[in-house]
Design a binder for this molecule. Sequence first.
Ligand code: B16
Ligand code: MG
Length: 216
Amino acid sequence: MNTAIQGVIFDLDGVIVSTDNCHYLAWKRMADEEGIPFDRTINERLRGVSRMESLSIILEKAAREYSEEEKQAMAARKNGYYVELIGSLTPDDMLPGALDTLELLKANGVKIAIGSSSRNTPIILRQLRLENAFHAVADGNAITRSKPDPEVFLLAAKLLGLAPENCLVVEDADAGVEAALAGGMRVLGVGGAARNPKATFAAESLAAVDIRTIIQ
Ligand code: B16
Ligand code: MG
């Protein structure tokens, strides 16, 4: 079996760009309006988790039950606040080392893809001027099961035309590390996931690693 890494699949939030503060501020605004306790510690649990699952985590602290209709409305309201905030993202908001890593991989003939839970992926890529930078984009709009299910990464590999064992995933969330491994891929943990013992490789950020040492 040929196990050379021919493609790298990047998570978006926390790997290419840090939108987590925008997610936090938008959820916080919605939670404050509803009188639901919400802080940065709870926010940490939302990394890589889908919008509706994030809402379920926030509602653990709610004083009452919310109907399905109310939940849909709250998620839509939060998303409105979030979209407003990410409207001011620019290429300068890319995380250290991200752009260099993408360019290095392309120069070495390695295919690159996005594998993100976010349904706002197209907006974020446009804001960062990365809309044409990837060979494939798999995001929250194209999947039904979010991380730790491997669906988004398996879709990205398929779109790249590669077998999972020939792909490396770069992730900042534990749910994403689980998803990559469940999909039969190796994973480079960065940020919070750098401390996940299950990650195949680890680095504080993309600026702290020469990706060529991993893909060779
Ligand atoms: P949206 P990633 C994830 O992005 C975020 O980490 C997570 O906090 C968010 O809830 C999820 O996207 C869904 O985002 O509401 O924009 O669809 O880390 O998978 O790139
Ligand atoms: Mg992430």
